[in-house]
Write a protein that binds this ligand. Structure first.
Ligand SMILES: [Zn+2]
Length: 406
């Protein structure tokens, strides 16, 4: 076993549950902050723990280029390398190389691409993407897929979906044959949560210094449903990905330029065809309103660069709508960024100070803005989980924002 997923409460389509991984438990539905290059930009790991982050996402493409998979593997894997004892998910690199556009060439074997760092040529296949993700050692890893561009006609979308299905089978085959190569057992990560549970797990007790405190000993590989914006192809992709068989399923190929209503429609239609007892992950979404909405549809996991990237551009999400802190109107504003937010930034600093930091291009601006946005996203999901457990699914949209939405 590598993960265990339990649904503990439902409210209409929404579910609240618990996902147990080799590096701790995750309350779902969960928002996963993106730590592209083994760091959630500008936030130290101990602060992420204090914020209540239970799982974060790393990008295989970036880590493969720098510092390199073997470097991370030799240092004990991503958890040890970045001193993060809790759960990690890595993507396969498929979406990143898809984003390179002119710099890539796709064939049945895989994708040849040029590094955005130095222009050097590289090749990712389902097998090498699995090898890389096993070397990084995240708790949950993703099948190598082709993200279909938008817009695409039906023939192109279908051909792309078929390729992703063949790549999913190759990903699973390689993973099953090599999953014992995960570099976890050589090193230990300080974590009282893990150590407390060690006695109860003979499998890990015998390895002495294992980090595998919860008794789950290998990574988990999730499949990815593609099919573009075509609902019939999404259904077929879901059914045939399930036939291959994975412990969790992602809906990929969204947020590629389509209208937001279409994103929601595809998510809602695809969820119908995914197993109810397995975690469902929508990749690369969304705003606070959207993640709450998708959770209400029955999505368990989401990730997005939006809260961290927007923060670095001075765009902050609050209970009163979006705030662009760079605006001159905040120069003399002594009030907190968000009077309804209990995060360390809103408790301590004024809008005027945050505006000053941003206008002065101070490093602290990025730190504080990111801290608030992440807190806001995590609080949003906390409220969503709470509402599902109370059976108040409809309230997390109407009650979450006290003011009209931006
Ligand atoms: Zn705040």
């Amino acid at each position: 076993m590598s993960i265990d997923f339990r649904i503990e409460a439902t409210s209409k389509q929404a579910r609240a549950g618990r996902l147990s991984t080799p590096h701790g438990e995750i309350e779902t539905p969960v928002f996963m902050p993106v730590g592209t290059a083994a760091t959630v930009k500008s936030v130290p790991q101990d602060v992420l723990e204090e914020l209540g982050v239970q799982i974060l996402l790393g990008n295989t493409y970036h880590l493969y280029l720098r510092p390199g998979i073997e470097t991370v593997r030799n240092l004990g894997g991503l958890h040890t390398f970045m001193a993060w004892p809790r759960a990690i998910l890595t993507d396969s690199g498929g979406f990143q190389v898809f984003s390179l556009n002119e710099l890539r060439k796709v064939s049945e074997d895989g994708v040849t691409f040029r590094s955005h760092l130095d222009g050097s040529s590289h090749f990712f296949s389902p097998e090498s993407a699995m090898q890389a993700q096993i070397g990084l050692g995240a708790d949950i890893i993703m099948a190598f897929d082709e993200c279909t561009e938008y817009p695409a006609d039906r023939a192109r979308t279908q051909a792309s979906m078929e390729m992703t299905l063949r790549w999913a089978a190759r990903s699973k085959k390689y993973f099953e044959e090599h999953k014992q190569e995960v570099p976890w057992k050589q090193y230990s990560v300080p974590s009282t949560q893990c150590q407390e549970k060690d006695e109860a797990t003979p499998e890990t007790a015998s390895t002495g210094n294992s980090v595998l405190g919860t008794g789950y000993s290998t990574q988990s590989l999730f499949g990815i449903v593609q099919g573009g914006m075509d609902l019939a192809l999404r259904k077929e992709s879901a059914e045939r990905t399930i036939e291959i068989g994975f412990p969790g399923y992602a809906i990929g190929g969204l947020s590629v330029g389509e209208p937001r209503e279409r994103t929601r429609e595809v998510i809602e239609a695809t969820l119908e065809h995914l197993p109810k007892d397995k975690p469902r992950y929508v990749m690369g979404v969304g705003t606070p309103e959207e993640i709450a909405d998708y959770a209400s549809l029955g999505v368990d996991m989401m990730d997005c660069v939006l809260p961290t990237r927007a923060a670095r551009h001075g765009l902050l999400f609050t209970s009163e709508g979006k705030v662009s802190i760079k605006q001159a109107r905040y120069t003399n504003d002594a009030g907190p960024l968000d009077p309804n937010c209990g995060c360390r930034v809103c408790r301590r600093y004024s809008r005027a100070y945050l505006r000053h930091l941003y206008a002065s291009n101070e490093v602290l601006a990025q730190v504080l803005n990111t801290l608030h946005n992440l807190s806001f996203y995590l609080d949003t999901m906390r409220r969503v989980r709470h509402s599902i457990r109370l059976g108040e699914e409809s309230r997390f949209l109407s009650g979450l924002w006290s003011q009209p939405k931006p």
